[in-house]
Design a protein around this ligand. Structure first.
Ligand code: HEC
Length: 91
């Protein structure tokens, strides 16, 4: 019974992280083309995927300083972040 409870509790967590983090790095590559004029994967080295997502949200919202030329739709954050993460040596 204890195992079952743990399994049931784990389900929403997996579902949540899947929805929030499941970016498509291959799709992100095309969307991040404009970013790569200035950025390289190593800009995001050592960051977790979550941190890259947060950083991208921060520049998008203006909370983090960014030079002009940021071509990113809010819907693209997950894919672009997944691509940066992969380029930086993450999975
Ligand atoms: C014109 C060059 C240029 C382009 C194009 C560009 N960036 Fe940047 N980006 C910068 C510079 C320079 C900084 C550092 C800003 C600062 O700290 O003042 C930066 C910072 C960032 C940061 C913050 C990094 C951190 O460690 O917090 C993120 C995230 C980011 N850029 C994402 C993007 C994404 C995503 C794109 C494409 C949609 C993009 N950038 C396109 C030049 C660029």
């Amino acid at each position: 019974m204890k195992k079952l409870t743990i399994a049931l509790l784990a389900v929403p967590l997996v579902a949540f992280s899947g929805a929030a983090l499941a970016g498509d790095a291959a799709a992100g590559k095309a969307k991040a083309e404009s970013c790569m004029d200035c950025h390289a994967g190593e800009d995001f080295e050592g960051m977790t995927l979550e941190e890259i997502i947060e950083a991208n949200k921060a520049v998008l919202s203006g909370a983090q300083r960014h030079p002009p030329g940021l071509e990113m739709a809010e819907d693209d954050v997950a894919d672009i972040s997944a691509y940066f993460y992969a380029e930086a040596g993450g999975e």
